[in-house]
Design a binder for this molecule. Structure first.
Ligand SMILES: [Zn+2]
Length: 163
């Protein structure tokens, strides 16, 4: 078998996936959201395992299309398989530090780390860092986000729910 001049490696695929944005939050990539579970490259195919973030977010098909479109920029592209896996579960602790910073600069409070079910959800304002915030509306623009209000700097902002 003749090797292509520039071999497609898992590293190359990860690099490309860094450019694929979260369909809900366009400033952050799926890699930063911790949604890419695994990349497997063989001679015949590129397989990407994706952990959907919030069950019920109607973005799965958009994500699949975005990943395939991005990987099709490769030369000599083998078959592309995008699998959505639910084991392990995505948790908000998978969001990278860089991703958390990007969320804040986008005016979205990242979920608290190591949040256990039943813990109170304490959210720091993404603008001023004040924990003096109030839940304004449990249901934000999507089921994944909530609208909060900072009583310190008087800004409304969105927050990602811890899961
Ligand atoms: Zn604030």
């Amino acid at each position: 078998m003749v090797q292509p001049e520039k071999a497609i490696t898992e590293e190359v695929v990860w690099e490309l996936l860094r450019e694929v944005k979260d369909p809900e939050i366009p400033s952050i990539s799926m890699v930063e959201m911790g949604m890419i579970h695994r990349v497997l490259v063989t001679a015949e195919s590129i397989r990407v395992d994706v952990l959907p973030t919030f069950v019920g977010c109607p973005a799965i098909e958009m994500m699949r299309k975005a990943i395939i479109q991005q990987l099709q920029t490769l030369e000599e592209v083998p078959a592309i398989q995008v699998h959505f896996v639910f084991n392990p579960h995505w948790t908000s602790d998978r969001i990278s530090e860089e991703g958390r910073e990007k969320l804040k600069s986008f005016g979205i409070a990242p979920p608290p780390r190591n949040h256990q079910p039943g813990d109170p959800w304490v959210v720091d304002c993404p603008y001023c860092g004040s924990p003096y915030t109030t839940l304004d509306n449990l249901f934000g623009p999507t089921a994944c986000r909530s609208i909060l209000y900072c009583k310190h700097c008087k800004n409304p902002f969105e927050a990602l729910k811890p899961v």
